[in-house]
Design a protein around this ligand. Structure first.
Ligand code: IPM
Ligand code: MG
Length: 381
């Protein structure tokens, strides 16, 4: 009998809007991952905690202490989405989004990986011509714990016509350097190219950004580096998205470009993300938001959350074969024609399904895939 000396502790934070539904879908897939781990003598434990608007309703705060402590003690955290109109009138530090920003900062996950790949069968959904998105396989590395999201001073003053608001974009050398290293290391494992995004013709932070990125580039002579101004990058992404390998951007530029990439790959609903730091403990979230208009209807796309589970399994559990099996189960469900409304194009052979059915089918294919692999191993060894 195999012992379970390795146990992975996951914290699930469903959050708001479609968050609980896509996390429910992810749980179905995690169930199959758990079965596989048991066969390998490991165990997977999941606990849920509130964050965002759900946490405000329950405890009065967007990031309750118990949620934060659980996340800090976990091997990995999987988050659905936060925010919604119900909490829109709250002050900046009381909003659901403050919970997410506080969590990213507390976990020190400064590098946010947002892969944008064209999934088979979704090219029809892209507003771009299929020949320009065909080979799209890009990794956006977004700085996540600095810049204008966190800079001080910040706030508002005055009343009526004399109202004034201020945000501060600030970056220190080491904040740029560490995320640049993540991008260059990723490029080494990929096609060896980094495109760094800035606005150096206007911003001081961008001038420092470019300087530091060039210094880091010197340590990776095998990786080609290129710089693009963010406005020009926004244009190039719709013109020649497949020309890029790793794209490195500061927090807000990365936020904006990742939604653009969601549009390009056909739906933001299929985009996953991994936020990593130096601790090995990652925060994983689909890139889509809480989408309150479609919440509770079983129509949200669970693939962004499910592919985030694949990233979690790869980066925090370090089980790349299980990650590959999840990705191939997703491709399998798409190949069978299953489509949630956001990725449906009305072609023959497609079947419109809900969140739960899509998740169930991916889980079924994953179990099959892992089982086949086991039998193959059995046959060969
Ligand atoms: C994202 C989201 C968040 C962000 C919001 C919800 C705070 O847009 O993860 O892209 O701006 O980082
Ligand atoms: Mg965003």
């Amino acid at each position: 009998m195999v012992g379970t000396d390795v146990r992975f502790d996951l914290v699930l934070l469903p959050g708001d809007g479609i968050g609980p539904e896509v996390i429910g879908a992810a749980e179905v897939v995690l169930g199959v991952v758990g079965d596989e781990l048991r066969r390998e003598g490991m165990a997977l434990a999941c606990v849920k905690h509130p964050i965002g608007g759900a946490a405000i309703d329950e405890t009065g705060e967007p990031l309750p202490q118990a949620t934060l402590e659980a996340a800090l003690g976990a091997d990995a955290v999987l988050l659905g989405a936060v925010g919604g109109p119900r909490w829109d009138s709250l002050g900046p530090s009381q909003r659901p989004e403050a919970g997410l920003l506080g969590l990213r900062q507390a976990l020190e996950v400064y590098a946010n990986l947002r892969p944008a790949t064209m999934l088979d069968g979704l090219a029809e959904r892209s507003p771009l011509r299929s020949e320009s998105v065909g080979g799209l396989d890009l990794l956006l590395v977004r700085e996540l714990t600095g810049g204008v999201y966190y800079g001080q001073p910040r706030g508002r003053e005055g009343q009526g016509a004399s109202r004034k608001a201020v945000d501060t974009m600030a970056y220190a050398d080491n904040e740029i350097r560490r995320v640049a290293h993540v991008a260059f290391r990723a490029a080494r494992r990929r096609r060896g190219r980094v495109t760094s995004v800035d606005k150096r013709n206007v911003l001081e932070t961008s001038r420092l950004w470019r300087e530091v990125v060039d210094e880091v580039a010197g340590e990776y002579p095998d990786v080609e580096v290129q710089h693009q101004l963010v406005d020009s990058m926004a244009m190039l992404l719709v013109q020649t998205p497949s020309a890029f390998d790793v794209v490195l951007a500061e927090n807000m530029f990365g936020d904006i470009l990742s939604d653009e990439l969601g549009g390009i790959v056909g739906s933001l609903g299929v985009m996953p993300s991994a936020s990593l730091g130096d601790s090995g403990r990652g925060l994983y979230e689909p890139v889509h938001g809480s989408a309150p208009d479609i919440a509770g209807k079983d129509i949200a796309d669970p693939l962004g959350a499910i592919l985030s589970v694949a990233l979690l399994v790869e980066h925090s559990l370090e089980l790349p074969w299980v990650a590959r099996a999840i990705e191939s189960a997703v491709q399998g469900a798409l190949a069978l024609g299953l489509r949630t409304p956001d990725i449906a194009s009305g072609r023959a052979g497609e079947r419109l399904v809900g969140t739960r059915e899509m998740a169930g089918e991916v889980a079924r294919l994953l179990a099959q895939e892992l089982f086949t692999r086991q039998s193959l191993n059995g046959a060969y060894f």
